[in-house]
Design a protein around this ligand. Structure first.
Ligand code: PA5
Length: 431
């Protein structure tokens, strides 16, 4: 049977690894089951693929259908976990250049504070039929709140009282300014479950609504996550590759490898790298602990960071994500004059050469003393991306627990948020 995801590692003996972590992983797994692990109140994502109701899915699809009908362009406002998952999956599953005519363009705002960005966005959307999805679990984060204030004013001027048909809010069920606005102004809204934090929320309305609007098959995405949930339900590290990956990372950390580089050879997977960086960085990096998550898009970065990976300080390990099947390919043409000398490649396709480049890179980095983890993913489609999301969410949680940190809080992020409020003299903030 071809597994949706396969994990291989080159330098570590599987038995040695399993023996080191087998009991610890079992204990943590049982603590998660009992709800006694750190931050256990935020483990809601764990059973989410099973628990999301047909009714909720249908209402997400119905609202997405309305927005698709009303708008040729949808602005999704959010930051961190309130935008990265949707953008990662959208980019991973959309064509590079031309979207289908029935799919609206989906663009993002509120993830930066650039006045130039918003000004140019307003110019860009003007004259197009627009809708807005605003996402903030807390409902008070500065970056999306400012972007929404500006977009809301624009939408109200343009659409008057019918603006409520074009704005959807996704936020806490009762807390925060965004919930108040949704009630007061009468927007359609969805709830971010209390039990799921921002960076684990891509399979809630936070990710599912923008993705459904963009024309992504969210049922397939959830089907992949559901199968992953079943596949990784055992506490036995020998049969659970999500736990094996978590253990491997911790093993390498103890050996002095404190930077992990996620590497792929698929340009449209690059935003997924950003989601992965947020997931691991924000979940693990606290109490002076954690592996620093970095990412490279090869072969582009072979011509930049590749030099460092090959010969720089030996404190990094690399996790390759390889998609076995991709949809389109391009053959190398035969040339009668062969001026570029490339006829030796003319029986090959570009994807075949990409795959050879991946193997050549892994071999070189192995020779350079970089421990390698190799994740092969059966196909580049919604099902496998959903599977991969669950794989990483679970392995990240286990990895953080192995470090004895709470995977679900982000006190460091809260610190800078408070400072913004202080420096901008927000009423009620302590100076
Ligand atoms: O993972 C997290 O919890 C954070 O990255 C949040 O998603 C991010 O800070 C945005 O917060 P909010 O959705 O409350 O605006």
């Amino acid at each position: 049977m071809v597994l949706p995801i396969t994990l291989n590692q080159s330098l570590i003996m599987t038995n040695e690894l399993e023996n080191l972590f087998v009991e610890q992983v079992k204990t943590i797994h049982s603590e998660m089951d009992k709800g006694t692990s750190k931050g256990a109140a935020f483990l809601g994502w764990r059973n989410l693929p099973n628990e999301i109701s047909a009714g909720e899915l249908e209402s997400i699809l119905a609202v997405a259908g309305k927005l698709r009908k009303a708008a040729e362009l949808v602005v999704v406002i959010g930051v961190g976990g309130s935008y990265l998952g949707a953008k990662a999956v959208q980019d991973a599953l959309s064509p590079y250049f031309e979207r289908k005519s029935e799919d609206p363009e989906v663009i993002y705002a509120g993830q930066n504070l650039s006045g130039t960005y918003i000004k140019q966005l307003l110019n860009y959307i003007d004259g197009k039929e627009v809708a807005v999805i605003v996402i903030s679990k807390s409902g008070t984060t500065t970056e999306p709140a400012i972007a929404f204030r500006i977009l809301l004013e624009y939408m109200q001027c343009r659409y008057g009282s019918s603006v409520t048909e074009r704005i959807v809010a996704i936020t806490d069920k009762s807390e925060g300014a965004l919930r108040e606005m949704a009630i007061h102004l009468g927007f359609t809204s969805f709830i971010v479950p209390d039990t799921i934090g921002g960076r684990y929320s891509v399979l809630t309305p936070v990710g599912l609504l923008p993705l459904a609007v963009a024309g992504i098959d969210i049922k397939e995405l959830l089907a992949g996550a559901k199968d992953a949930m079943r596949a990784y339900s055992t506490a036995d590290i020998g049969s659970n590759q999500a736990y094996e990956y978590a253990a491997l990372r911790n093993f390498l950390l103890v050996e002095g490898y404190n930077i992990e580089i996620l590497a792929s050879f698929s340009p449209r997977f690059a935003t997924f790298h950003e989601w992965w960086k947020q997931l691991f960085g924000e979940s693990e990096g606290k109490d002076g602990k954690g592996i620093f998550p970095a990412a490279v898009a090869y072969p582009t970065d072979l011509h930049s960071l590749g030099q460092y990976v090959q010969e720089g300080q030996r404190m990094l390990f690399e996790t390759f994500v390889q998609f076995e099947k991709t949809e389109d390919d391009c053959a190398i043409p035969f040339s009668t004059d062969n001026l570029d000398g490339l006829n030796y490649l003319s029986d090959k396709t570009m994807n075949e050469i990409n795959e050879v480049t991946l193997r050549a890179t892994m071999q070189a980095h192995d020779d350079g003393g970089v421990p390698l983890i190799h994740l092969t993913v059966g196909k580049h489609d919604a099902y496998h991306i959903g599977y991969l999301i669950y794989f990483f969410e679970l392995s990240c949680t286990m990895s953080a627990y192995l470090l004895d940190v709470n995977p679900f809080d982000q006190p460091g992020v809260e610190k800078y948020k408070k400072n913004i409020s202080k420096l901008l003299e927000k009423p009620g903030s302590v100076v």
